[in-house]
Design a protein around this ligand. Structure first.
Ligand code: ARG
Length: 456
């Protein structure tokens, strides 16, 4: 029997029934639905809307249901329209008609959004923990590679020498902001909609403050129409997850490049790479590629939630039932992506000598040649020009700037002396970039402590 069969015939066309049903998706909310129902029953008892013995009966019935579901003594019947209908039906089976009193002063409209907020509250804690573990592995890699010189790129062209620690710490900073976004989001997520009922509140003297305390919400949603129709919190979390996934995807792209034969900067551990079915020499970065592609799916989910909401007038519309499949999918994918990325980074081998070798033929110290002249009083624009000439010369002779003879330097400017070679030594160029945020060892160590302090 349908919940609404008092008015309508209660018989749905078979395909309409299947189409209308959301239980296969929202069954994930089962224990949150029971938790919110217990709180609601307590509130109904406290306010004398139902009698004390009825409250006790409903609560113990719900607890029995929870226990049976956990032990697998009952399974979720996919014939029910949604998880709320299922739980109510099972409660009535368990304790009889008193169970029907539970739905006093509430509606599935405030119920579903309360359940979803409770569920997301737990999931964001999971995501936050996974981000912390991921950042810790980055810190470990950074600590091990403070002296690992590598080329820094712009436009994927070798630009200036940095260290691997400096490069990878950029991702720790992104992860830190991701955590802060989640913390800030929690303030808006953790507000109680229950008590808004269908849309217009209720004539019963409910006590929303009491329900808020039991369910540990920080605040109460102040307008009942807003409470049942707000899905900002879904769109906001989709956005936050999308940003995390883009950070992971960018790192994945770098891992794909770094592990390629052309670069060989890193070697992915066998546990995180696959071979080819026909080419025995191959070791493929499938995990990084999959993380990269999961971000497409997640951004697609975010778009879906925005587009679903954009033209919905107040208050609840069934369109909103479609908020769950996509947010669940984003959560599942970001959690597995974070786990796999953390494992892959924890076991990755850094090929220090290849990174250093790659710096030798990229004219990465060309800016330092210009800086040398600036320190001797030449204007930067002119110094840049002179340095460009020297790079061109060195390229023609197929030597590095460090191997270019002093006479060629002197041809361009009489300011050059023997000390130019020390000044443009790769290690020196990194070490002398001590500005806040730069790659010098002491500065990267400071960046590591900065992140460590924020993580505590
Ligand atoms: N399954 C529904 C959802 O997820 C629950 C709310 C149904 N409310 C209604 N008035 N039909 O949105």
């Amino acid at each position: 029997m349908k919940l609404w069969s008092g008015m309508l015939s209660g018989e749905l066309d078979k395909s309409a029934e299947k189409f209308n049903s959301s239980i296969d998706v929202d069954k994930r909310l089962v224990f949150y639905d029971i938790k919110a129902s217990i709180a609601h029953a307590k509130m109904l008892g406290k306010t004398k809307i139902i009698k004390d013995f009825e409250t006790d009966k409903i609560i113990s019935g719900l607890e029995i249901l929870e226990d049976k579901l956990k032990k697998g003594k009952i399974t979720i019947n996919l014939e029910s329209e949604d998880i709320h209908t299922f739980i109510e039906g099972e409660l009535v089976k368990e304790i009889g008609d008193i169970g029907k009193k539970l739905h006093t002063a509430r509606s599935r409209n405030d119920q579903v959004t309360t359940d979803l907020r409770l569920y997301l509250r737990d999931e964001i804690e999971n995501i936050k923990k996974l981000l912390e573990e991921y950042i810790k592995v980055i810190l470990k890699l950074a600590n091990e590679n403070l002296d690992t010189i590598m080329p820094g790129f712009t436009h994927l062209q070798k630009a200036q020498a940095v260290t691997f620690a400096h490069h990878i710490m950029a991702y720790a900073m992104m992860g830190l902001r991701d955590i802060e976004r989640i913390k800030d989001y929690k303030k808006r997520l953790n507000s109680l909609p229950l008590g808004a009922c269908a849309l217009a509140g209720t004539t019963y003297n409910i006590d929303r403050e009491f329900t808020k305390e039991i369910l540990e919400f920080d605040s109460i949603m102040q307008n009942s129409m807003d409470a049942v129709s707000d899905r900002d919190y879904v769109m906001e979390l989709q956005s936050i997850i999308s940003i995390i996934s883009i950070h992971l995807s960018r790192l994945s792209e770098e891992i794909v490049i770094w592990s390629s034969q052309a670069f060989r900067f890193v070697e992915i551990d066998d546990r995180f790479s696959t071979g080819s079915s026909i080419m025995p020499q191959k070791k493929n970065p499938d995990m990084a590629e999959l993380i990269r592609s999961k971000s497409a799916r997640i951004i697609g989910n975010m778009n879906q939630s925005f587009i679903m909401m954009k033209a919905l007038g107040l208050s609840y519309s069934k369109d909103m039932q479609e908020d769950k499949e996509s947010i669940f999918n984003s959560i599942d994918n970001i959690e597995i992506s974070l786990k796999v990325m953390t494992g892959m980074l924890d076991t990755i081998k850094i090929n220090k000598s290849m990174m250093l070798k790659s710096c030798e033929d990229g004219y990465l110290n060309a800016t330092d040649v210009a800086d040398y002249l600036v320190k001797k009083g030449v204007a930067f624009r002119n110094a840049h020009h002179i340095s460009a000439h020297l790079v061109k010369k060195a390229m023609d002779m197929e030597v590095s700037l460090s191997d270019l003879k002093l006479e060629y330097y002197k041809e361009e400017s009489d300011k050059f002396n023997e000390d130019i070679y020390d000044f443009i030594n790769l290690k020196k160029t990194v070490e002398s970039r001590k500005s806040l945020g730069g790659p010098a060892k002491a500065e990267v160590k400071r960046q590591i402590s900065y992140v460590e302090d924020k993580l505590i």
